[in-house]
Design a protein around this ligand. Structure first.
Ligand code: NAG
Ligand code: NAG
Ligand code: NAG
Ligand code: NAG
Ligand code: NAG
Ligand code: NAG
Ligand code: NAG
Ligand code: NAG
Length: 407
């Protein structure tokens, strides 16, 4: 939601202010902080990004933030890197950006992603370190109560024993009909599938899908043909041609699957695979990151780390030293086949764009740059799907792990 407390307050007094539009964002970092930012736009169109609140040391390793649009609660997955357990917290948001703790639970180690499902009644978390998926009931207060724990084992290490020593669930994703949770497991080369019981929110493990050995599936996103808005539940539930796009961290591939619905099962048929760098060779050491669908459902947006293909002007205009930058990619989706067309490789704004988010209009992108300890805001052209110029940036202490919009 856009709001302008300054303009509302000062406007009433007949004063002029330069803050025409403002929105808050929340940033997680391995420093232990959750930092609240405010992005404001002046009447002349220029943007400013500033820290407005810091929630310090709430937990050692915040790795992922999630907020349901229109609801004033932020969920934080804390990986608990230096301690035996992870934790899952919820916070109440406020217009000034301050977050107030509602609830916190100790849990299995290593939660790195969450998704709210079953019409907002429950949340599923993927635990990378603890080789698990947990589910939680969402209480009316925004607090959580534990629902289920699933832990997984490997009988032998995978193709890449360094990364595939154990199952490593990396993301929890709800399907467009709100009937299944899909968990890419980087360590086990699996898409784990669970069906949702709408009456209780409980998950039941369903048939999993094996990805190529050594691919290391990390993140994914669904797209349904004919839906011009990824939040239109009625359209999404139509089960018109449904595709699932997977970004695999170890193979650095992007794969499209056609999804078919069975009786409490999902089937995946591969329709397209490409390297995440599109028409460029995948650099040695690259580590594919994020996968998102644009709000208009037309584009897949991805990030990749540890290959600084760009060198960009310093954000400090008095500093002539250029900044090495990893990449974001844009792909247009052919909804009749599920195939992708590579549109663009763009500078991410620094090193290790582990996660990024797009505002609801699809016009601005916030990128969390883990090793640059920075958040950048860049423009995006919703009609051709391309990333544009950087419009604001701010330093954030520690390894930045995620950044979300308060909309
Ligand atoms: C736009 O306005 C902001 C704040 O009011 C100011 O700092 C900036 O210099 C202006 N930019 C231009 C290009 O006029
Ligand atoms: C802490 O983590 C261990 C190991 O993952 C797990 O067995 C234990 O149940 C966890 N404790 C809580 C309260 O989740
Ligand atoms: C999940 O595990 C935690 C400890 O790790 C425990 O407190 C909780 O009761 C477990 N939940 C279920 C449903 O087994
Ligand atoms: C779905 O499968 C369950 C058993 O897993 C069975 O009882 C039920 O009849 C099946 N439903 C349909 C529509 O095939
Ligand atoms: C990655 O994709 C390429 C095609 O771009 C394919 O040849 C290769 O087998 C894929 N690797 C894995 C592990 O899926
Ligand atoms: C980054 O890539 C280099 C090779 O260019 C590799 O040695 C290093 O392990 C990679 N780092 C990470 C964190 O993936
Ligand atoms: C200039 O930018 C480089 C790269 O970000 C940085 O390492 C250096 O400290 C900066 N120099 C000054 C004087 O701020
Ligand atoms: C790669 O694709 C981009 C985007 O379509 C295009 O601008 C660029 O010219 C292509 N480069 C090569 C070497 O084909």
């Amino acid at each position: 939601m856009y709001y302008s407390p300054l303009r509302l307050a000062l406007g009433g007094l007949g004063l002029v202010t330069s803050s025409a539009l403002a929105t808050n964002l929340y940033v997680s970092s391995y420093s232990g902080d959750i930092t609240s930012l405010r992005l404001s736009q002046s009447d002349n169109g220029s943007y400013a990004l500033a820290v407005v609140a810091t929630n310090r040391g709430s937990a050692p390793s915040p790795a992922w933030l999630e907020k349901e649009p229109g609801k004033g609660v932020v969920y934080c997955m804390d990986e608990g890197l230096p301690v035996p357990n992870g934790s899952i917290s919820s916070y109440r948001t406020s217009p000034c950006g301050e977050l107030t703790l509602i609830d916190r639970h100790t849990t299995i180690s290593g939660p790195v992603s969450s998704v709210v499902y079953n019409k907002g009644k429950a949340m599923a978390a993927a635990h990378y370190g603890g080789s698990a998926v947990t589910t939680w009931n969402i209480l009316p207060t925004g607090g959580l109560s534990p629902l289920q724990n699933f832990t997984f084992k490997l009988s032998a290490p995978g193709t890449n024993p360094g990364r595939q020593d154990a199952p490593h669930p990396h993301e929890a994703i709800v399907d467009p009909t709100d009937s299944f949770i899909i968990v890419p497991d980087l360590g086990a080369d699996l898409l784990r599938v669970f069906s949702i019981d709408p009456a209780t929110s409980a998950l039941t493990p369903s048939k999993s899908f094996s990805t190529p050995p050594g691919s290391g599936p990390r993140h994914g996103a669904f797209s349904v043909s004919g839906c011009a808005d990824i939040k239109n539940q009625e359209c999404l539930a139509s089960k018109a041609d449904t595709y699932f796009f997977v970004v695999s961290e170890i193979s650095n591939n992007v794969t499209s699957y056609k999804v078919t619905y069975g009786n409490k099962t999902l089937d995946f048929t591969e329709v397209f695979t490409t390297g995440i760098y599109g028409n460029q060779t995948t650099p040695v050491g690259a580590a594919a990151g994020e996968a998102l669908i644009s709000p208009d459902n037309k584009f897949l947006l991805t990030s990749s780390r540890n290959a600084t293909l760009f060198s960009i002007p310093n954000f400090d205009s008095t500093n002539s030293t250029k900044i090495p930058s990893d990449t974001l990619q844009s792909w247009s989706i052919d909804h009749t086949t599920g195939k992708l067309s590579f549109r663009q490789s763009a500078p991410a704004g620094g090193s290790f764009p582990r996660q990024f988010s797009v505002n609801q209009k699809g016009t601005l992108v916030a990128v969390g740059l883990q090793l640059s300890s920075r958040v950048v805001i860049m423009e995006r052209n919703p009609s051709d799907g391309t990333f544009g110029k950087f419009v604001a940036e701010v330093g954030v202490t520690g390894d930045v792990t995620s950044v979300i919009w308060d909309e």
